[in-house]
Design a protein around this ligand. Structure first.
Ligand code: NAD
Length: 310
């Protein structure tokens, strides 16, 4: 099956694709003419209506990753094009990044490095005082694959109390995980020492955290977002960090990516940024690449998708 791979994928996953499919890779000259594509693998490449219209033979869009907001799902659906993703492939990588960001923010690890680079006159400076995670409260916004893992890992490592805001998760599901469901987002924001967001970007979640929500968080709380940038109002977050309304924030995702080096958030000492790096581990890249290929092979073999979006 003629498969266009629009974004770079891990080298062993590319070999895996080439062994099974007729691949046109991102660096090939042929990629300029979309018309022969029967299958595509995309990471961030935008599959808009206009792009889909350039591919009259397209049968499948295989997303390398989870979030499918770069794909016009309704239009793909209307054309009978199968859309798949690789939801299990990166959940451990992203959840581990959340934990890294929580520890980094709470213990000011990146800020410590910055101060060392400038030169220090004494150890343990007062401005580097952090806080422990042990027995504190984590608020999970979204109890899907990543949120659930974050909750389990923080509970196992630091005996953290886990609160959940997810209107689609039942009380029983939360209690089976050992977590506490809250019906109101505000209650999670008010009670948590760390708030971690793991929800898709939808009309309900866009701008979910803005000035009002930041103002009700604890003064010593940390906000972490590894989902999608537009879920947080970045300007409001900047003001909250500058005014000391919260202890810190760590974002892996931004409204505009890649983030500009002049972004105001980067001037805040209580801010940590990573460049959409959540799934960027060799382990996860191999699983996402081979997983996307497997979905195309399944279609080729007239099998159902293992993870079908539309
Ligand atoms: P998932 O689908 O397993 O879980 C999402 C959860 O969000 C679900 O439980 C759902 O009920 C909940 N939800 C939906 N709307 C909500 C709302 N309004 N309020 C509260 N909860 C709501 O997804 P996942 O695998 O856990 O991934 C979460 C998001 O992380 C993805 O949508 C993707 O955008 C992002 N992601 C980022 C990276 C990265 O590299 N930073 C990698 C993978 C995924």
């Amino acid at each position: 099956m003629k498969t266009f791979i629009f974004d770079p994928i891990e080298s062993s996953a590319l070999r895996y694709a080439m062994d099974r499919l007729d691949v046109v890779a991102w660096s090939d000259k042929e990629i300029e003419d979309y018309s022969k594509a029967e299958a595509v693998i995309v990471r961030t490449f935008k599959m808009t209506k206009e792009v889909i219209d350039k591919m009259p033979n397209l049968k499948i869009i295989a997303k390398h990753g989870v979030g499918v907001d770069n794909i016009d799902l309704d239009y793909a659906n209307s054309k009978g094009i199968r859309v798949t993703n690789t939801p299990q492939a990166n959940m451990h990588s992203v959840s581990e990044l959340v934990i890294g960001l929580a520890l980094n923010s709470a213990r000011k690890i990146s800020l410590s490095q910055k101060l060392l680079d400038k030169g220090i006159s004494k150890n343990s400076p007062v401005e580097l005082a952090g806080f422990e995670l042990q027995e504190k409260t984590i608020g999970l916004i979204g109890l899907g694959r990543i949120g659930t893992l974050v909750g389990h890992k923080l509970k196992a490592a630091f005996n953290m109390n886990v609160l959940v805001y997810d209107p689609y998760a039942s009380e029983m599901q939360c209690s089976e995980e050992g977590f506490i469901k809250q019906d109101c987002l505000d209650d999670v924001l008010k009670e948590s020492d760390i708030v971690s967001i793991s929800v898709p970007l939808t009309i309900d979640t866009e701008n979910l955290i803005a000035a009002r929500e930041l103002s009700i968080m604890k003064k010593n709380a940390i906000l972490i977002n590894t989902s999608r940038g537009k879920i947080i109002n970045e300007q409001d977050l900047y003001h909250a960090l500058r005014n000391g309304e919260i202890f810190g924030a760590a974002l892996d995702v931004f409204a505009e990516e890649p983030i500009s080096k002049d972004h105001p958030l980067l001037t805040c000492d209580n801010f940590i940024g990573t460049p959409h790096n959540g799934a960027n581990t060799v382990d996860s890249l191999i699983r996402m690449g081979t997983g996307a290929v497997d979905e195309i092979v399944r279609l080729l073999n007239h099998e159902g998708a293992s993870s079908r979006i539309s």
